[in-house]
Design a protein around this ligand. Structure first.
Ligand SMILES: Nc1ncnc2c1ncn2[C@@H]1O[C@H](COP(=O)(O)OP(=O)(O)OP(=O)(O)O)[C@@H](O)[C@H]1O
Ligand SMILES: [Mg+2]
Length: 335
């Protein structure tokens, strides 16, 4: 089966140097100009297969949201290519991107911030349908909106209410309805349950899973809740400082994590019968994406680091299990 999305060697860097005057620095009696660049996403290669849920995990600031936004065309990559069903979509202007906007939708963490407070639910849901399907009649648009509202569990009688009149869980249902109403194939969900009460999280997850089954959707799912990720994902990509260090099926990753960072990350999940492989305590400073280490991004904190790790960026290595890891230690057979 061919991939729905192919991300090849993508970098997304942000220049945060500020104005020319902000960039000037006095060092050793000389004025020099210094640029500051946040290397949020680095050399990411990933494919997403139709119908799967590919999750991205990693600690705060590792570039998960930036990668999702770059895939969605909200940021232009500095390097690399992104293809949707074989068509290059990176660097398309907003008009050329329009046909893909109906196919690719995004759900955000904070449903309140992502819904226009001045529009009622009917307006929020009808606007994208009308925009993308100018030939539909008023009654057809209304029928489509009612159908999607029922699917997400918001009674269409509430359609004239405004976002602030709903609870957090209901608002996230409306955000999901807004994504579904244009009949997408692919949804990037960035921490869609993180802002919700624990009792509501399971309902929203079930809603996303049911929608996937009914509509054959493909998900890029971002969450820092590893037990949720284990439960819902087909495959999982582990990110560290903008790089993908391991990509494996959820089953393989959670039962047999290979990369030292994945092992450390998973060792923090409490489990019945003890944690996987005991707790791994990482030492060293957490580097920032402004000053990336020269070799492997994880080299500063890796317990298995050697000279090569500090100098050479590890290539992606496909293991017999099908997992992909980027680690010199695994390649050299010493981990
Ligand atoms: N628009 C921007 N301008 C400058 N820097 C940015 C921008 N967006 C993100 N960054 C930086 O890029 C890095 C990655 O951020 P990102 O939001 O992608 O991380 P994340 O993995 O989604 O984190 P979290 O789990 O906290 O949501 C961070 O250092 C962040 O400060
Ligand atoms: Mg984020």
């Amino acid at each position: 089966m061919s991939a729905i999305l192919e991300i090849h060697d993508v970098d997304k860097h942000f220049d945060i140097s500020g104005s020319f005057l902000d960039q000037l620095q006095l060092s050793k009696g000389k004025i020099t100009r210094k640029r500051t660049v946040v290397k949020a996403v680095n050399n990411v290669t990933l494919d997403i297969q139709p119908g799967e849920t590919l999750s991205i995990v990693g600690e705060s600031g590792c570039g998960k949201s930036t990668l999702a936004r770059t895939v969605m065309g909200l940021y232009k990559p500095n390097k690399g290519t992104i293809s949707y069903r074989g068509d290059r979509i990176d660097h398309l202007n907003s008009v050329k991107m329009l046909p893909y906007r109906t196919k690719m939708q995004m759900v955000f963490q904070d449903p309140y911030a992502s819904l226009n407070p001045r529009m009622n639910v009917r307006q929020i849901l009808e606007e994208p349908v009308r925009f993308h399907n100018p030939d539909l009649s008023r009654s057809e648009i209304k029928a489509r909106v009612s159908e999607v509202m029922l699917q997400v569990g918001v009674d269409p009688v509430w359609a004239s209410n405004y976002p602030h009149e709903f609870s957090g869980g209901q608002r996230q249902r409306i955000s999901i309805a807004r994504a579904l109403v244009v009949d997408p194939e692919f949804i990037a969900a960035d921490e869609p349950i993180a802002a919700l009460d624990v009792s509501i999280q399971a309902q929203i997850l079930n809603l996303l899973m049911d929608a996937q089954e009914q509509r054959g959707l493909t998900y890029l799912f971002i969450s820092h809740d590893l037990s949720v990720v284990e439960h819902i994902s087909t495959r999982v990509a582990v990110m560290y400082l903008g790089c993908i260090c391991e990509l494996a099926t959820a089953k393989e990753l959670f039962s047999n994590p290979k990369h030292p960072y994945t092992q450390a990350l998973l060792s923090a999940i409490p489990r019945l019968g003890g944690k996987i492989g005991g707790h791994v305590r990482l030492s060293g400073d957490v580097p920032t994406p402004i000053n990336l280490p020269s070799g492997c991004a994880f080299s500063g904190r890796c317990p298995h680091v050697n000279e090569r790790c500090m100098q050479e960026i590890p290539a992606q290595l496909k293991l017999e299990s099908g997992s992909v890891v980027a680690c010199h230690g695994i390649e050299e057979g010493r981990i």
